[in-house]
Ligand binder design. Structure first.
Ligand code: SF4
Ligand code: SF4
Length: 159
């Protein structure tokens, strides 16, 4: 499906997720499936939790024992191919990259969007972070329903 539509199927997506127990803490999910010459995820992580390795074409691998869910790799990935996911207090939490304006506001209800660009529910903006070092890629903290943990990937504003 990835080859024909650009959208990964569920089985492929699940290869990037740890189990739900590990997701009790925030963890980086790298959705970089094809070999490409790229490694800012590896070089930006202060905890050495992402490995691309000597062959820069190798897709990144996350060491979930080392990943703190800080989100630094999220805004350093030029492909916007990383999110941070967490299951906590009967909700799913995410940190996502965002490069549209106007920015969403804290407390705003937005559409939850899947990897095919479809609306799959609602999400709430928890935090918006945009510091100079992020080079115009904001880090948006979002909460939504736990059932969307493997489906949600981004947001769309309602207004
Ligand atoms: S979320 Fe933070 S700790 Fe985890 S891989 Fe990304 S930069 Fe490293
Ligand atoms: S920085 Fe992003 S696009 Fe580049 S290898 Fe890492 S996850 Fe893939």
């Amino acid at each position: 499906m990835l080859k024909t539509t650009g959208v990964p199927d569920k089985a492929l997506i699940l290869t990037r997720f740890p189990d739900d127990v590990i997701l009790g803490k925030p963890k980086a999910i790298t959705e970089c499936y094809e070999p490409i010459p790229c490694n800012p995820c590896e070089t930006s992580c202060p905890f050495e939790a992402i490995t691309v390795g000597e062959d820069i074409n190798t897709p990144p691998k996350v060491d979930f024992d080392k990943c703190t869910g800080c989100g630094i790799c999220v805004y350093n990935c030029p492909g916007l191919a990383i999110i941070v996911a967490q299951l906590k207090n009967d909700k799913a939490y995410f940190k996502i990259p965002y490069e549209f304006i106007p920015m969403p506001e804290v407390g705003e209800t937005v559409h939850a969007i899947n990897r095919a660009g479809e609306i799959i529910g609602e999400a709430k903006i928890e935090k918006v972070t945009l510091r100079k070092k992020q080079d115009k890629t904001a880090l948006i903290d979002v909460s939504t329903n736990t059932e969307l943990i493997h489906e949600f990937v981004t947001i769309r504003r309602m207004r």
